[in-house]
Unconditional design. Structure first.
Length: 450
């Protein structure tokens, strides 16, 4: 299996090179040359790790199978449930719990694997790496926990000052490891993401400081997320819809790839909060920036979705020249219109937009009916499947204790706090920068590993 860019400028690179490149050098996103098939009938009687191995083998042919097995075992040994992603049934609904990793968020499933993958590749190549990422909350802490203490790696995580929950910030900052640098940016998540992309566009700077990416622009993250769609299908044992709370389009894009691989998904439901650029894209064929609104589901407070470009690549039949033109137009005008593709888009996805008021009511109603607490992001997904007549799985993206303000507002009390979250009480390592590319580049120059 070889990999290429959605914008034509990179092709015929190996999986390991794709991982290390992160964002393609032409500004595009890395995709596989073809999407392999994986028969869902072949997963019967398999556990999560076995399914992961089967899927990873299809995409990874430049790492020995024994090493892939070791990476899987090491990555998921940190989870507090043997099933890794247990499935809970509530009437016709299912909740796929993706929050049993070390930071209690779905990002752990990909980032524990990616952290170990980086360490493996760097050791084999005798190289060093400076990881640069932006987070709207959970990615940052998951990346830090996936990379802290690892050899030959330093990690720089940008997050919006006052734009993440207190627990999320503590998880990033209550860290002793000297290879970790949480950076609070005076701006929004989109500002953080813009800085990352601009820095990666500077090929000379990227090469000099050995920069790599842990954001969902790194294909290895998408690969790891495909696994739990198959695992959920195994547990439900029938065709289902998947409701996916998403802001960056990465989690639901993994489901889209699973469907292309042969998983019989009835429907992919894209659940957004009031930052609804993806909802407007699916419903009206318009992808246009708005101002970021601060909501009760902060990890989805995003207006420019990192993985949207990957979907465009498949929407336009893998025409990388067309994708390049579209992204240039979007960067120039902040808007794209897809009148000619609306029927195809709506056959791939349905979409639902959920307000803060609806989030609170959904948390309250679900607890009242099932005595089960869902976090505000998961509430967006649950609200989006209430009217579905077919069985539906909602991806539960985070432990509710990470968003105590919303839970207390909805229920009048806090969700039980896992022991490891309860221990967080200080902000040991935190660095502040303005929202400029130059300021962050200067910080990297001062602290990067050579």
């Amino acid at each position: 299996m070889l990999y290429k860019s959605t914008r034509c400028g990179v092709k015929n690179i190996s999986f390991k090179d794709a991982v290390m490149m992160g964002l393609a050098t032409d500004g595009g996103l890395i995709v596989p040359e073809f999407v392999p098939k994986y028969d869902p009938q072949s997963i019967k009687n398999k556990n999560f790790k076995s399914i992961a191995f089967d899927i990873f083998k299809l995409y990874i042919d430049d790492i020995k199978e024994d090493d892939v097995l070791e990476l899987i075992e090491k990555s998921y040994s940190t989870f507090d449930d043997d099933e890794i992603t247990p499935l809970r049934q509530f009437g016709q609904f299912y909740i796929l719990e993706l929050f049993h990793g070390p930071t209690y968020a779905f990002k752990d499933i990909a980032l524990q694997f990616l952290g170990n993958l980086f360490e493996h590749i760097l050791k084999k190549r005798n190289q060093t790496l400076n990881i640069l990422g932006a987070t709207s909350g959970d990615t940052g802490s998951a990346a830090i926990y996936g990379l802290k203490g690892k050899k030959n790696v330093k990690v720089f995580i940008l997050y919006p000052q006052n734009g993440v929950s207190l627990t999320q910030e503590l998880q990033m900052c209550d860290i002793d490891d000297e290879n970790v640098f949480p950076i609070a940016v005076n701006g929004t998540f989109d500002d953080c993401q813009y800085i990352i992309k601009e820095i990666f566009k500077d090929a000379a700077f990227k090469e000099k400081y050995h920069l790599g990416s842990i954001n969902s622009i790194n294909f290895a993250r998408i690969l790891a997320q495909i696994v739990y769609y198959y695992y959920a299908f195994l547990k439900v044992e029938k065709n289902v819809a998947f409701s996916v709370p998403t802001g960056n389009f990465g989690d639901i894009f993994a489901g889209f790839l699973a469907k292309l691989m042969g998983l019989p998904i009835e429907k992919l439901i894209l659940a957004t909060n009031e930052n609804d650029i993806l909802y407007r894209f699916v419903c009206f064929g318009e992808y246009a920036k708005n101002q970021v609104k601060k909501t009760l589901s902060p990890s989805m407070d995003i207006q420019v979705a990192s993985n949207f470009e990957r979907y465009l690549y498949y929407l336009y039949d893998q025409n990388c020249s067309k994708v390049k033109d579209l992204m240039q137009e979007f960067n120039k005008n902040g808007k794209l219109v897809f009148n000619d593709k609306i029927l195809q888009i709506q056959s791939d996805f349905s979409a639902y937009r959920v307000s803060d008021e609806e989030i609170l009511q959904t948390i309250k109603d679900f607890y009242g009916k099932y005595n089960y607490i869902i976090d505000p992001h998961t509430a967006c997904g649950v609200k989006s499947i209430i009217d579905e007549s077919i069985p539906a799985v909602c991806l539960a993206t985070a432990h509710p204790a990470k968003f105590s303000q919303a839970i207390e507002k909805a229920l009048g009390f806090s969700a039980p706090m896992p022991q490891n979250l309860a221990k967080l009480s200080t902000k040991k390592r935190k660095f502040k920068e303005d929202n400029s590319v130059e300021a962050v580049e200067h910080f990297i120059k001062e602290h990067a590993i050579s």
